[in-house]
Design a protein around this ligand. Structure first.
Ligand SMILES: Cc1cc2nc3c(=O)[nH]c(=O)nc-3n(C[C@H](O)[C@H](O)[C@H](O)COP(=O)(O)OP(=O)(O)OC[C@H]3O[C@@H](n4cnc5c(N)ncnc54)[C@H](O)[C@@H]3O)c2cc1C
Length: 511
């Protein structure tokens, strides 16, 4: 197994897309190629008392793969080939110069995948006829990282998060024991899960007693009465074990249509989204409902479709192999009376709308680079009945921040997954005092979302993030689940990782 202690190699894994956390005191990067290699790394680390931090694609936004406690970084990138599995056929894809092998069963719509395959490569492998539906925006993430974070994106409106598509996992526990988990095999008695590793060692863990919000949610360990053991590991941010193989479900790839409707007011756009959501509830195959406020459209003003009178827009995707659904959506659009409507029904137009959507993050990032600053981006979601109040809070916070920046062209943008009542506000501070003001709004909105029964991380997870509250760095999850909730997560971790060596610092501060 390759192992490198070179500073330039360590440097490549020292941060992630949060640009906030940086590795310290790392001894080496190791490159396992099999579950046996992973087990060996973990056993040796256990003997030496060395922390191990697992690295996927490094696209995380919370410092989750960043080895802030030093020790060894275990990069999963060479775990790119799956083999074995009776009844499955090997399928290989070459993507961006790298080769990946997946074991596919086209009849049962199942695929055993290696953790290193990127979502992009998986999509290329499954095309043209099959699809792995969860599509977090960043397709260079690895599948192992997407499972560890229970990643989701715009299409979660129809398809749910990654969790829904995971049938089985192979996991190496921090002790080096191998676990093979199939959905349905180990179900909790209340919240207590009893299971044995392949070595025959028995384990018992009790999931936390907190109630998870009834929204799209990526906060903390999954916990519910009668839960499946697979769900404990999905979204566990790598604190309970290393995922070495994943059995996913795939679907036939549908024909997609998309539409972007531009409105004169925010209210008209919200009403259009409500009508689309209602149609989806009645069975129209709407895949995503995405929102852009006036601040977001200002950032996209170089796009020929955007006009000064557009104050909000709704982007929607439809998976329709029959034309009836297209007609239903066309009628909804007509009734919503947008100022302008852009319907994409050809590959060229679909691609143009995809490019249009990417214009927002690209323009925001360009602005941030020009100002040498970082955005503060919320990831809050609330239950449907509270969404109106959350919109009011977003609006009030954006206005309060605008009073500080006095910069209408670049202050705060509100956009995202309106179908799931999950919007992102990007606050764009240009200096330290604006950063402080943005943080105050960010914390206020976090408390508002929690007060409304929502989550402060619908899709990104919490990693090592904390909030500066009353001179203390408060772990994200403490805000949601209280110190008791953190304690209960810590108990699960300690049951499987007594020496607390795997991914220390994620979810719960390292002891
Ligand atoms: C521009 C941009 C847009 C994004 N949009 C979205 C979005 O819409 N939705 C969303 O959910 N996320 C989004 N993200 C965040 C990110 O892409 C996801 O969190 C993704 O799942 C991270 O995967 P990764 O492979 O890059 O993992 P990394 O960042 O490398 O690691 C993330 C965590 O997973 C753990 N991990 C990785 N592999 C394994 C493994 N095999 N076993 C155990 N633990 C493992 C790591 O230890 C770490 O704790 C976005 C990121 C960017 C940069």
């Amino acid at each position: 197994m390759r192992r490198s202690t070179e500073a330039e190699i360590i440097e490549q894994y020292a941060d992630d897309e949060s640009n906030t956390f940086f590795a310290q005191g790392v001894e080496a990067v190791v490159f396992p190629e099999s579950a046996d290699d992973v087990a060996q790394v973990l056993r040796e680390a256990g003997d030496a008392g060395t922390p191990v931090t697992v690295s996927g694609g490094g696209t995380g936004l919370t410092g989750a793969r960043v080895a802030t406690c030093g020790g060894v970084i275990m990069t999963m990138e060479l775990m790119a080939h799956e083999s074995g599995h009776e009844g499955f056929e090997p399928v290989t894809v070459e993507h961006q110069g790298l080769r990946y092998t997946v074991m596919l069963d086209r009849d049962r719509l199942l695929a055993w995948c290696p953790p290193a395959i990127t979502l992009d490569a998986l999509d290329a492998l499954l095309a043209p006829d099959l699809l792995f539906p969860p599509a977090p925006t960043e397709q260079s993430a690895m599948l192992g990282g997407a499972v560890a974070e229970n990643a989701s994106g715009a299409r979660s409106f129809m398809h749910g998060a990654t969790r829904r598509w995971i049938e089985a996992l192979e996991v190496v526990l921090p002790t080096g024991e191998l676990l093979r988990l199939r959905r349905g095999q180990v179900v909790a008695d209340g919240r207590t899960l009893r299971f044995a590793s392949e070595a025959g060692i028995e384990h018992e863990v009790t999931a936390p007693s907190y109630q998870m919000p009834q929204t799209k949610n990526a906060a903390g360990l999954f916990a519910a009465d009668g839960m499946d053991l697979v769900d404990l590991f999905v979204g566990s941010e790598g604190i309970l074990g290393v995922i070495t193989a994943v059995l996913i479900r795939v679907t036939p790839r549908p024909t997609l249509f998309s539409d972007t409707a531009f409105f004169a007011t925010e209210e008209a756009a919200v009403a259009h989204a409500d009508a689309l959501r209602q149609a989806a509830a009645e069975g129209v195959p709407i895949v995503s409902i995405e929102y852009y406020d006036s601040g977001a459209l200002r950032f996209m003003s170089e796009q020929p479709q955007v006009k000064p009178e557009h104050q909000a827009a709704i982007f929607t995707e439809l998976a329709a192999d029959d034309f009836d659904a297209v007609e239903v959506v066309a009628e909804i659009i007509e009734r919503s009376e947008p100022l302008d409507d852009w319907f994409a029904d050809s590959n060229r137009e679909l691609e143009a709308q995809r490019t249009f959507r990417h214009a927002l993050p690209e323009s925001v990032n360009t602005w941030l680079r020009q100002h040498g600053t970082d955005k503060l981006c919320t990831d809050y979601a609330v239950p449907a009945e509270a969404f109106g109040r959350m919109m009011d809070a977003y609006r009030a916070s954006s206005e309060a921040f605008l009073e500080v920046t006095a910069r209408p062209e670049a202050s705060a943008v509100l956009f995202g997954h309106m179908g799931d009542h999950h919007l992102h506000v990007d606050f764009l501070p240009a200096d330290d005092s604006e950063q402080t003001a943005a943080m105050a709004e960010y914390i206020h909105l976090a408390r508002t979302a929690i007060g409304l029964g929502g989550t402060i991380t619908a899709e990104h997870g919490v990693g090592k993030k904390t909030l500066p509250i009353e001179s203390r760095d408060v772990p994200y999850l403490e805000l949601m689940y209280g110190p008791e909730g953190l304690d209960e997560i810590a108990q699960v971790k300690r049951a499987l990782d007594p020496a607390w060596l795997l991914n220390p610092g994620n979810m719960v501060p390292a002891p």
